[in-house]
Design a protein around this ligand. Structure first.
Ligand SMILES: Nc1ncnc2c1ncn2[C@@H]1O[C@H](COP(=O)(O)OP(=O)(O)OP(=O)(O)O)[C@@H](O)[C@H]1O
Ligand SMILES: [Mg+2]
Length: 367
């Protein structure tokens, strides 16, 4: 049972306790585990004598305190007078504490020591259970988050495809139809109206395209992160008038695991959006490189910067971007760091380990 795993007598702790009590009483003391094996003793030479009583108790299965009198000592071989007290936690006997000497003098100490050990074991076990419960909860949270991201990405992919394949095609047919219709209409006013309608549909088609790409670019699945990121940065530069230096270290044909590609792509989107929203930057530098064991990704802007340490550890409802990036990177066992200061721009660095066999080339490359 899980609970029982924590009910353990620690031998170091037991030895310290025997030392303290023995020094106080000037008597021998032993602590043995539930098999009768001695895990701590003060006087190593006289172990067997005091130990016999404890071992007998465990063998008999009758778990209760008992004393060995001066008479017993004379009659029984290898047994010395003393007092033995079982250590019982949650109804289980974890061992026995035996103190040699006259029972009326040492019983109290043996009992106190046993209660002290029980309380310590219980408290350790409670603490361990709490730690484990917390770990279980954290694991569950990661699993749920992973699942949530997976479902969200699938959904985006589906909507993006539908936008691209169904809606775009229908709109394209409407545009073609309207153009043909405009050619057949004699009345110039009517023709103008039809052409205006065609332009409106054409704009809607552009928006649908943009939305589809924003949701999930087909390029990312078809050609990979490098191609999709390059396209995204070029469009971004044009849209916001921010120049971009791209350094992807000749990785143009490189493919990573899909979860790495999508994570880095989402980080690129969120970081560039943050730069457009908050940084007042004129230039961004995006670098991607790969070593044998990890992929390094960084985005630097030359904007106003900010104090990353001022961001709360837990997400505020209106500041989810950085929190979300951190969580996604943590799911891949990577590291996410922000370097920024007022007026000095901002750099976001992501390092993701490549632990999957598919990620690591069989012939070692220079690091
Ligand atoms: N490149 C940057 N330059 C300057 N400030 C930044 C930059 N990136 C982030 N910030 C600051 O960090 C804050 C948190 O960013 P975060 O992306 O978490 O939230 P947000 O962009 O405000 O909202 P959203 O939840 O829509 O992403 C921002 O509000 C902004 O003040
Ligand atoms: Mg943001």
């Amino acid at each position: 049972m899980k609970n029982e795993q924590h009910l353990i007598l620690d031998s170091k702790f037991a030895q310290s306790l025997t030392n303290i009590i023995a020094a106080e009483l000037s008597q021998n003391i032993i602590i043995c585990d539930h098999h009768g094996v001695i895990i701590a003793a003060f006087d190593k030479k006289r172990i067997s004598q005091a130990h016999e009583g404890a071992a007998n108790m465990l063998k008999s299965g009758i778990i209760r305190e008992f004393s060995i009198s001066a008479e017993d000592e004379k009659v029984l071989k290898n047994v010395r007078r003393g007092y033995d007290v079982p250590i019982v936690v949650d109804g289980r006997c974890l061992g026995v504490i035996g103190v040699t000497g006259d029972a009326d003098k040492v019983a109290l100490y043996a009992r106190l020591a046993a209660r002290f050990v029980e309380a310590t074991v219980e408290s350790n076990s409670r603490q361990q259970r709490l730690v484990e419960a917390l770990k279980d909860k954290e694991e569950l949270q990661s699993i749920l988050l992973n699942k949530m991201i997976e479902v969200q990405e699938e959904e985006r992919k589906k909507i993006s495809r539908e936008l691209h394949d169904e809606i775009s095609q229908s709109l394209t047919s409407v545009i073609v139809g309207l153009r043909m219709l405009s050619e057949q209409v004699g009345d110039s006013r009517e023709r103008k109206l039809i052409l205006e309608m065609r332009d409106l549909v054409s704009k809607t088609l552009d928006n649908a395209h943009r939305l589809a790409v924003e949701l999930r670019p087909a390029l990312l699945d078809d050609l990979g992160l490098v191609a999709a990121a390059q396209r995204y940065i070029e469009n971004y530069s044009q849209k916001y008038g921010i120049t971009a230096d791209i350094n992807f270290s000749n990785l143009s044909r490189e493919r990573f695991r899909p979860e790495i590609e999508i994570t880095l792509y989402r980080i690129l989107q969120e970081t560039l959006t943050n730069i457009a929203k908050h940084a007042r930057a004129t230039n961004v530098k995006v670098t991607l490189n790969k070593t044998r064991r990890k992929v390094n990704f960084s985005i630097t802007d030359n904007g106003v910067g900010f104090m990353p340490e001022a961001l709360r550890a837990s997400p505020a409802s209106n500041n989810l971007g950085i929190y979300g990036m951190r969580e996604r990177v943590a799911l891949l066992a990577g590291t996410f760091t922000i370097q920024s200061a007022g007026g000095a721009g901002t750099t976001i660095t992501v390092v993701i380990p490549l632990k999957d066999k598919r990620d690591i080339p069989s012939t070692p490359k220079a690091q």
